[in-house]
Design a protein around this ligand. Sequence first.
Ligand SMILES: Nc1ncnc2c1ncn2[C@@H]1O[C@H](COP(=O)(O)OP(=O)(O)O)[C@@H](O)[C@H]1O
Ligand SMILES: [Mg+2]
Length: 342
Amino acid sequence: MIFDNFLGLFSTDMAIDLGTANTLVSVKDRGIIINEPSVVVVKYKKYGEQKVLAIGKQAKNMAGKIPRDMKLIRPLRDGVIADFETTEKMIRYFIEKAHKRSSLVRPRIAICIPHGITGVERRAVRDAAYSAGARDVFLVEEPMAAALGAGIPIHSSTGNMVVDIGGGTTEIGVTSLGGQIVCNSTRVGGDRFDKAIIDFVRLKYNLYIGEQTAERLKWAIGSAYPMQAQSATVKGRDGGGLLIEKNITSEDMALALAEPLREITVSIRAVLDEIPPDLAGDIIENGIILTGGGSLLRGFDLYIKKHIKLNAKLCDEPLLAVARGTAKVLQDKKLLETLSTK
Ligand SMILES: Nc1ncnc2c1ncn2[C@@H]1O[C@H](COP(=O)(O)OP(=O)(O)O)[C@@H](O)[C@H]1O
Ligand SMILES: [Mg+2]
């Protein structure tokens, strides 16, 4: 027992938010030390072998510009592990980068995973962490981590609703008395917003743009709710062999994003439809707390207010909420017992 405490003192315990768009790693007393895209670039060698060329920021910078013998992989794209081998390499890379072999003791690792992943995929994540050198691995469900990270008092007897809009998925959870009452996960998030923008711009302007451009456009002038009119000039190709530029407006954005936003509201409503009626008063009172990068889309809170008829509020630094929540679980023995599975 004493020996165990001694080990605990010197090991670099890590909390990992394994997101479909971004992976964050935090270490006790140092906070979030890694925050990089969940992206890997591989190069094909003879006989179909793959060699990892870049991971994280470096890999994302190559997006849209890579030669034919290379491939950009987002191993967690839709909230499921599409590519197990690459996921494992990515997790190992981030763990090693955070650990820097600074300690001889193997770390305990808590990993937050999308709610919708299967038992086989859970095992895959866990095994990847063990094979990267973890001493103990704890898996944490995303909506609970998001709620904790957003500062929601999950142990109170009042119900709270959290909606985490990530890249590949939106996770919706209702918590009360330290547990999850209802939960839903839908494969609509920031990536779908980007795709909707690509399709809209192609149809309306005959302009072909890539995912990177669409994402930047979304950050710059995207909005979920009519707001101050803005526009941006976008370059791409016209499908007929010419390179062109067009002026895209925030009104275009709202039209493009209408469908994926509607799908998110349908999922939220499905969850509201399942909550015990006694919790309704709490949710009306507390409103919906928004976390995840997708919630940074301008006017998202206003959109929710209009279509769900509930108050909605972004938490502080939505991109960091899940990582913070996962770290809280790892640091608290009781939370670790109740909210994680091995
Ligand atoms: N300012 C912003 N406006 C709109 N979308 C944003 C903004 N910042 C980040 N995002 C989007 O948030 C998503 C990533 O959110 P994140 O919570 O990291 O996802 P995940 O947990 O799935 O990794 C991406 O689709 C990204 O484009
Ligand atoms: Mg996330």
